[in-house]
Ligand binder design. Structure first.
Ligand code: ATP
Ligand code: MG
Length: 285
């Protein structure tokens, strides 16, 4: 374990200067061929379905791709009360006059932006169907209330995401929606990449980041785990932030990982013991 951590620490130190190379570009470390797939899909104007667990980098990936492609990014968070008017737009009363106000999807269609519909499974299926004509060769959006149909400006691209771990029979994406998309699966990055990400985002040294990632890895590999979700990259970054602001490594892991993953006292205790066995011994004073 310690040797692994030392190797990771070396690689993180090497990568440190290269991180976030282009000024202003969102920091994103590729995990596999996701960027190639996204570029090809963007080239063909094809919509993309991103799937992966919470905190694995889906949003950051889309931000990085939008920047690389020079497109604006309009993000919409899916929720169960979302109506098609929330996406498309509605008439609003302004100073005694009724005026049409574009919804975020309509703005993206007009401006040729990337429209990122996050957690699409949360939205009702009758809402999601408004994206169908945009997600196939038609690339158009019907504005029924205005009695017009908009053709998507060049550059418009639809990206939807969901977490397959939360999927239930009730909440699934309709087959006729899914099949219009190119799917990209994102997972947690391999150890070395994840340690670079944690070190960069939390502003901590390579060794501490390596230790956090090692602990995250052990949790992810637990057999017969009672946990609903494993430790995400986001969680490890939060723990790293606590360390960067003066908390001990164990204290940070306890607050940002162990207590967040479970409320069951036995599970919390077991995870705490696991942390003790994986993390380096606290400095003796
Ligand atoms: N490959 C990566 N490169 C750079 N940063 C990453 C990467 N993966 C994760 N991160 C970091 O992890 C954080 C969480 O990632 P992000 O918010 O993109 O997750 P998500 O998959 O969109 O989660 P959710 O499903 O909960 O919205 C990001 O803010 C970023 O700091
Ligand atoms: Mg997200």
């Amino acid at each position: 374990m310690l040797t692994d951590q030392a190797a990771v620490a070396d690689s993180v130190a090497e990568a440190g200067t290269e991180a976030g190379a282009e000024a202003g570009a969102p920091f994103y470390r590729a995990v596999g061929d996701e960027a190639e797939i996204f570029r090809a899909a963007a080239g063909g104007g094809l919509p993309v379905l991103l799937k992966g667990p919470t905190g694995c980098g889906k949003t950051r990936f889309v931000e990085a791709m939008a920047h690389e492609l020079g497109r604006d990014l309009i993000t919409i968070a899916g929720h169960e009360d979302m109506t098609s008017a929330d996406l498309v737009g509605r008439f609003l009363l302004k100073g005694g006059e009724t005026v049409w106000v574009d919804g975020p999807l309509t703005r993206a269609v007009r401006e040729g932006a990337i429209c990122y519909l996050d957690e699409v499974v949360e939205a009702r299926q009758d809402t999601v169907v408004v994206i169908h004509p945009l997600a196939d060769h038609r690339r158009e959006l019907a504005l029924d209330r205005l009695g017009t149909t908009l053709s998507a400006a060049p550059g418009f691209q639809l990206v939807i995401s969901y977490n397959p771990g939360y999927q239930s029979v009730l909440k699934n994406i309709k087959e006729s929606t899914r099949q219009r998309f190119v799917a990209i699966e994102l997972g947690f990055p391999p150890t070395e990449v994840e340690a670079q990400v944690v070190a960069h985002e939390a502003g901590i040294d390579a060794e501490t980041a390596g230790a956090l990632v090692a602990f995250g890895g052990v949790i992810r590999r637990l057999d017969g785990s009672p946990l609903r979700e494993v430790a995400s990259t986001r969680m490890l970054i939060l723990a790293g932030c606590l360390v960067a602001h003066g908390l001990s490594l164990r204290g940070a892991v306890q607050a940002a990982v162990v207590q967040v993953l479970s409320d069951d006292p036995d599970v919390v205790r077991a995870l705490g013991e696991l942390a003790d066995s994986v993390l380096p011994a606290p400095p003796t004073t």
